[in-house]
Structure formats: structure tokens, C-alpha cells
Design a protein around this ligand. Structure first.
Ligand code: GLC
Length: 434
């Protein structure tokens, strides 16, 4: 039975003063890419909520263009670590102080989010006006990625913290993270909050957390200036997924500009550079998938993982490469996995329960579904959609889900937070498409 009403209710209950929290207690503020996915969901039934959410996100934009990964709209909520006071963003002169924010970013989803909403509501003048108003701010955000995060001017930006990737705890980051040595006094004392709210076996280890704090301190030390961070950070990675999302969002900005008569000259230049370099940098012939690039150690990161499928969403791969990605997804399904596990099921690092090390994530399925449709892989797209809908209907609106069919079918609930906003939003979205 469809649970659309329940999904809408979750979004309404997670609504705060102009934005949607991902889930209460565990994530009590506005998260950047969550908000993007959520506003596409709310745009299906409450346009006002959707546009208000996006406008609220941009109230946290920094002078250099950065959209921070968290906006701490409420100062009452002290249960979260690291809270706004730990980030000390005031060290950067152009940081937003109202709302207070984190000092890093997240996947640049807003280009395709705006295009999606404009496409659904193309006949409403107020939506067009809204998009016209946000457009230059969004171009400013992309300029931040190209100007501060691309030291070799390749059109491919870097991240210096796993939290920027949105796939916080993926085994992808282990090698770089493990090389960081924490000497006594290198990081301040801190108290984690996540493990007192969620099951510790589903959360990152303490060893990881110390390194998260180390990189945060590095950002602070350099006033969150991308040029200086690139000189020193031991974690300096061009993430194939985030750069595919940037390319998709550029494409959306170019379409929007053409529809609304805006100037996209600069975006077209960026796009030409990014698309020219993407495949060379990220495609692995050895693995037949896209992989990340470690800019500090100058090498590809040879792992199969969920970000490798996102280029389909940005129409990046040739038909030949796309077919390889599609065949692999088909084989996973035939081997008894729900689609799409977040990490290589054949790797010793695969962990079907711990977050980003194996489980299925709703918003990822949404992007991969769209990507497969771009290449007319309709059967696989249907599996990606139906698997997620099935998991949600059986296990609830959780943050993420078990990928092994035999295990998942014996469970009574999903993993991580419950009544989760992007799960509700992705559900509404996927139930509305063929
Ligand atoms: C976790 C996820 C991240 C998400 C956040 C809020 O940190 O890894 O992608 O944005 O939760 O839902």
C-alpha cells in the first residue's frame, strides 16, 4: 500500500521555521544537500514550503560563495556535535554569522533542484521570479568551487573533509584518513553526541571521529581558505560523485538561463572544462567504473562504490561505459542484493550495516534512477526504484537500509534515524514517476 500521506506528514513534522530538519534529535538543523532533495519532494504538494526551504538555505551563503553543509538556525539545540561554536566560522571574514554555519560544503545539488521545480511549475510567474532571484547566488556558489577548490584549474574541485562528500563514513576515505597521525594535543577535547542517539554499530568509529575533528581544526587554522588548505591538507580529494553533481547542476543552470533569458556565459566555460577532464581523471579501465582521485597522493582511488553511478545522472559516460555500469547493477541484483549498495559488496571493507559502508541510501537511488533513465536502461531503473519503495514500505522511513535481500527481509526496520526527510521526499518523488 502506498504511503504517500505518511511521507507528507513526516515532511510536515520535520518542518521548522522555514526549513526541514533531516530527522529530529540526530540531525536537528538544516543540512545542505538534504534540503535540496527535500525541496524537490515538497514542491510536489506544497510549493511554498519548497521555495521557502531553498531561500532559507541561501541565507547562510558566505561572501566567497560557499553554501555551508549545515546552517544552525536554532541556537537552543546544543545536542549536536560539532555545534556552531566548535566550527568558529568567524575566523573567515566573509562567513555567515546569522545564521551560524559549519565551515565546509556538501554536494552541489541546487542547480538540478531548481531546474526540477521550474520544470514542474513552469507556468507560474512567481516560480520564475524565484528562480531568477536565486540564479546569480547559485552561480556564485559554483564560482566558489571553481575559484577556491580547484588548485590546478582542471574544472574538478576538491574536498578536504569526508563530511563534504555527503558519504561521510565511506571506506573510500579510509586510506587517507588512516595516514593522519594524531599526536597528543593535536585536537581539542570533545564529546560525541551521535552515539548516544543512534546505535554505535551503525556509526563511525572513534578512530575516525578524531580524524574528522583534526581536519575541521585544519580548516579553522586556515580560516577556511581553500587555497591554503590545498597546500597542507593530508586529505585532499577530487570526488567523482560531487563533480558529476556539479556538471549536472551546471547543465541545469545553462537550461534555466536559456528558458529565462539569463546569462550563462561563465557557466558554459566552466562546464566545458569540467566535462573535458572528467573521464580522464575518474574512469578506471581496471574496474569499469568511475572512481575518486586523491590529489594529495596523486592517484586514483580504486574502489567500486555508489558514487561511480552518479555520472549517469549527468549524462557523462559514453554508451559503452554506461552499459558496463548497468551490467554491474544487474549482476548485483541477480546475486541477491537490493539496489544500490553504497559500497563494493565484494570488498572486505563492505559492512552492510554501518553507514555509507554498504547500506542503501534513498536519495542516491533517486539520482541513479534518473541516470539509468537517461540511457534508457528502463529495467534497471525500475529495479532501483521498486527496491527502494519496497524497503521503505516494509521497513519504514529510515535514513538507510540493509542491502542484502536475505538479511533485509528478516528485519523489522531500517537503519539510522527514523521519519527521515529525504527518505520521505525520495519516496514521494519516485512514486510519481514511471
Ligand atoms: C549524514 C550523511 C549526510 C547527510 C546528513 C544529514 O551525515 O552522511 O550525507 O547530509 O547525515 O542527513
Amino acid at each position: 500500500m502506498k504511503k504517500i500521506e505518511q511521507a507528507k506528514q513526516i515532511l510536515q513534522e520535520n518542518w521548522r521555521d522555514g526549513f526541514t530538519i533531516p530527522t529530529s534529535r540526530l540531525y536537528p538543523f538544516q543540512w545542505m544537500w538534504d534540503s535540496g532533495f527535500v525541496s524537490m519532494g515538497t514542491s510536489e504538494f506544497n510549493l511554498k514550503m519548497s521555495l521557502t526551504e531553498i531561500a532559507k538555505m541561501f541565507t547562510g551563503q558566505w561572501d566567497n560563495g560557499m553554501l555551508p553543509h549545515i546552517l544552525f538556525h536554532s541556537e537552543i539545540e546544543k545536542t549536536y556535535f560539532p555545534n556552531y561554536d566548535f566550527w568558529e566560522c568567524w575566523v573567515n571574514q566573509g562567513a555567515s554569522l546569522n545564521p551560524k554555519t559549519s565551515g565546509i560544503t556538501q554536494p552541489p545539488v541546487y542547480g538540478f533542484v531548481l531546474a526540477d521545480i521550474l520544470q514542474k511549475h513552469w507556468n507560474k510567474p512567481d516560480v520564475k521570479d524565484f528562480v531568477r532571484h536565486i540564479y546569480p547566488k547559485l552561480v556564485h556558489y559554483h564560482s566558489f568551487l571553481y575559484n577556491y577548490r580547484d588548485p590546478h584549474s582542471e574544472g574538478l574541485f576538491y574536498i578536504f573533509h569526508p563530511w563534504e562528500s555527503g558519504r561521510d563514513n565511506s571506506p573510500l576515505w579510509d586510506e587517507s584518513m588512516d595516514q593522519i597521525e594524531i599526536t597528543p594535543g593535536a585536537i581539542p577535547e570533545y564529546t560525541r553526541r551521535d552515539t548516544s542517539i543512534a546505535d554505535a554499530s551503525e556509526r563511525p568509529t572513534q578512530q575516525k571521529y578524531d580524524r574528522y575533528v583534526y581536519l575541521l581544526e585544519l580548516g579553522k587554522k586556515y580560516k577556511y581558505d581553500g587555497h591554503q588548505i590545498a597546500e597542507e591538507s593530508p586529505f585532499l580529494i577530487q570526488d567523482n560523485m560531487m563533480n558529476a553533481i556539479l556538471i549536472k547542476s551546471n547543465e541545469s543552470l545553462i537550461e534555466i538561463a536559456s528558458d529565462l533569458g539569463l546569462d550563462a556565459g561563465q557557466v558554459k566555460e566552466w562546464q566545458a572544462l569540467s566535462t573535458a577532464n572528467y573521464d580522464n581523471k575518474f574512469w578506471s579501465d581496471e574496474l569499469d567504473t568511475y572512481v575518486g582521485y586523491d590529489l594529495r597522493h596523486e592517484k586514483q582511488m580504486k574502489h567500486r562504490e555508489i558514487g561511480g553511478f552518479v555520472p549517469l545522472f549527468a549524462s557523462i559516460p559514453s554508451d559503452d561505459k554506461a552499459t558496463k555500469l548497468n551490467d554491474y547493477l544487474q549482476s548485483l541484483s541477480a546475486r541477491g542484493y537490493y539496489l544500490v549498495p553504497s559500497f563494493d559488496v565484494d570488498s572486505p571493507l563492505f559492512d552492510s550495516r554501518r553507514y555509507w559502508r554498504g547500506p542503501i541510501w534513498p536519495q542516491m537511488n533517486w539520482m541513479i534512477y534518473k541516470g539509468l533513465k537517461n540511457y534508457a536502461f528502463d529495467d534497471t531503473a525500475k529495479m532501483v526504484k521498486d527496491d527502494l519503495i519496497h524497503l521503505i514500505e516494509n521497513l519504514g522511513f529510515h535514513e538507510y537500509f540493509e542491502a542484502q535481500k536475505v538479511v533485509a527481509d528478516g528485519l523489522t526496520k531500517g537503519y539510522g534515524g527514523n521519519n527521515f526527510s529525504w527518505t520521505a521526499s525520495s519516496y514521494i518523488h519516485l512514486c510519481s514517476v514511471d
